[in-house]
Write a protein of this length. Sequence first.
Length: 115
Amino acid sequence: QVQLVESGGGLVQAGGSLRLSCAASGNGFSFNAMGWYRQAPGKQRELVALKTSGGSTNIADSVKGRFTISRDNAKNTVYLQMNSLKFEDTAVYYCYAMNPYRQVWGQGTLVTVSS
């Protein structure tokens, strides 16, 4: 069974930076796409950034120019570098991975940006 283990969330002041990491545990799995969603209080879960194994990237307009997604396919690991954080980036960030057979979600890591 595959699990996604996230790390790197926390409290940061506006304008600061954080780096989220997500590693897939288990052997014999590969994912067509890995990335991040987030859910702020009282709001729906939304896509932040997604990266395919071929290198294509989809990033939300709200974070373009501030967030960067990267991926290590060999390690089944995905990262989210978040710079120039804003109060409105406060949310629970969920790691996501998918292939033709399954979709997997992480447990979520809280990012709090103080204004």
